[in-house]
Design a protein around this ligand. Structure first.
Ligand code: NOJ
Length: 510
């Protein structure tokens, strides 16, 4: 007979034989200086929505005026109360063992009403304190300038991203940030997932300012076939102007780098038929090339030009000149792979995210899911997708330095506390995806960092608080943060111990 410990040892040994790769993940495989971090964004964690001179932003107004558009009717007024608890949160990061932290600056906290309203010194002071606390603990700040939120004033003045006036506003805001924080911040990104918010805001209408047209949704105004591309054009040119400013006026003396973060699913063709193979390529084009081709090659992709014709703006000569400034790196937010089905030859519902590409994204092939489902519809655990997407970007965009700026796993908030904290599903997910990053690195991709989404549970946009992505559980009534199993796992990995607990792997095989 074996004792319990003996059984566990046997089990571990058996798993080591059965799944050697699962036990092989090791921090030492990653290049020296690799950034390992966790990510958040201002609106999702800060709260203090009206404090110390902050102006209202688009999400404050949207969640207050249209609570019915948020699954649980809630908002980010308080959320994680990070504005007041940032010291505790930095302490948590230190315990976790990360060497970097990706967060965003709230534009309306720095410029409550945009350029015309002046700089809010209390807003600058908050980020100064946060950056100082991070650096003091040896944690590198990795800063996003725009993560879905902008001063409401700019919505009113320009229709936000639909008006060209916002370009100068963004340039001014970025300049204020470079001047205020650039001596200490060495990693900047202009936009987080512009490809997502351009569509959610102006095609599906699920994000402010709730613009869309039929069949994508029912909104008071909008044109789902045109506005996402007009907004994207202004975003791309706002990005280009900010990169130009940073490179001309700050980079040499501050010594930092600047990039952009794009959401990237990996689209697998549903069948081997030519039309589905082409559909998968179109989906990649409408999701990724849409933003990155202009930044690398000065033009929108051919497929988009052909399909969208005059709805897709053109770059003027002056704009093309500005686009010659190259990003220093690309941020990849990757969560899932998904099947792409053609909708040109066989008609399907097109009121979806991939609708304009005439593609339907589906999670099943012949009744078999592409991976284990997670709490968010359309998000599956498909670890090999990570290596595929890294290779794809590496190849198309000239071995550009890559940071995986987000990767994470969601749980239903309705699960009990014990289940939420014993997040074996997340442990398995992270193990698989990190192994996939390691494999891409081994094969020569220029990957320089990995950030888990998210440090702690927070406000998940239109899903409110119904799903949780955190390494730390947050009780939104008491603000108590509790370490989840995944945080412990990540910590062990970062400390260089082999973190895979055989039992966790086994238990997660539900
Ligand atoms: C992408 C976004 O950047 C982030 O804000 C969001 O919470 C996560 N993905 C999860 O959906």
């Amino acid at each position: 007979m074996y004792s319990a410990t003996g059984m566990l040892m046997l089990l571990t040994a058996a798993l080591a034989i059965l799944a050697p790769s699962a036990l092989g993940l090791d921090r030492a495989e990653f290049p020296p200086g690799f950034l390992f971090g966790a990510a958040t964004s201002a609106y999702q964690i800060e709260g203090a929505y009206l404090e110390d001179g902050k102006g209202l932003n688009n999400w404050d107004v949207f969640t207050h005026t249209r609570p019915g558009d948020i699954t649980d009717g809630r908002n980010g007024d308080v959320t994680d109360d990070h504005y007041h608890r940032y010291m505790e949160d930095v302490e948590i990061m230190r315990d976790l063992g990360v060497n970097s932290y990706r967060f965003s600056i709230s534009w309306a906290r720095i410029l409550p009403r945009g350029h015309s309203g002046g700089v809010n010194s209390a807003g600058i002071a908050f980020y100064d304190r946060l950056i100082a606390a991070l650096l003091q603990k040896g944690i590198e700040p990795f800063v996003t300038l725009h993560h879905f939120d902008q001063p409401q004033e700019l919505e009113t003045q320009y229709g936000s991203w639909l008006g060209t006036g916002i370009r100068e506003e963004f340039d001014y805001y970025a300049d204020v940030c470079f001047r205020a924080f650039g001596d200490r911040v060495k990693f900047w990104t202009t936009f987080n997932e512009p490809n997502v918010f351009a569509k959610d805001s102006y095609m599906l209408g699920t994000y402010p300012p709730n613009h869309c047209s039929s069949p994508f949704g029912t909104c008071n105004s909008g044109n789902s076939y045109r506005e996402p591309y007009v907004a994207a054009h202004n975003i791309i040119m706002s990005h280009a102007a900010v990169v130009d400013n940073y490179k001309r006026n700050y980079q040499a003396k501050q010594g930092g780098s600047i990039g952009i973060v794009i959401e990237m699913k990996f689209y697998e063709s549903l069948t081997n038929n030519t039309e589905d193979i082409l559909a998968a390529q179109r989906a990649m084009s409408f999701e990724i090339h849409w933003f990155l081709d202009p930044l690398f090659f000065g033009e929108y992709p051919k497929e988009m030009r052909e399909m969208l014709s005059s709805n897709l703006p053109k770059f003027s000569l002056a704009e093309k000149r500005l686009l010659q400034n190259k990003v220093d790196f690309i941020g990849i937010n990757h969560y899932t792979a998904i099947y792409a089905k053609d909708c040109m030859l066989s008609p399907c519902d097109l009121n979806t995210y991939e609708g304009n590409a005439l593609v339907l994204a589906i999670g099943e092939r012949d009744g078999v899911r592409i991976g284990k489902p997670t709490a968010l519809d359309g998000f599956y655990d498909v670890p090999e997708g990570m290596e595929k997407i890294i290779k794809y970007v590496d190849k198309r965009y000239e071995n550009v330095p890559i940071y995986v700026t987000e990767n994470g796993y969601s749980q239903h908030s309705s699960n009990g506390l014990e289940d939420l904290v014993n997040d074996v599903g997340r442990v398995n997910y992270m193990h698989g995806y990190l192994s996939s990053v390691a494999s891409a690195v081994r094969r020569g991709a220029n990957v320089r960092g990995y950030f888990v989404w998210s440090l702690m549970d927070n406000f998940e946009w239109a899903h409110g608080f119904t799903v949780r992505f955190g390494l730390y559980h947050v009780d939104f009534n008491t603000q108590v943060r509790t370490q989840k199993m995944s945080a412990k796992w990540y910590h062990d990995f970062l400390m260089g111990s082999r973190p895979v607990d055989a039992l966790q792997t086994l238990r997660a095989d539900y």
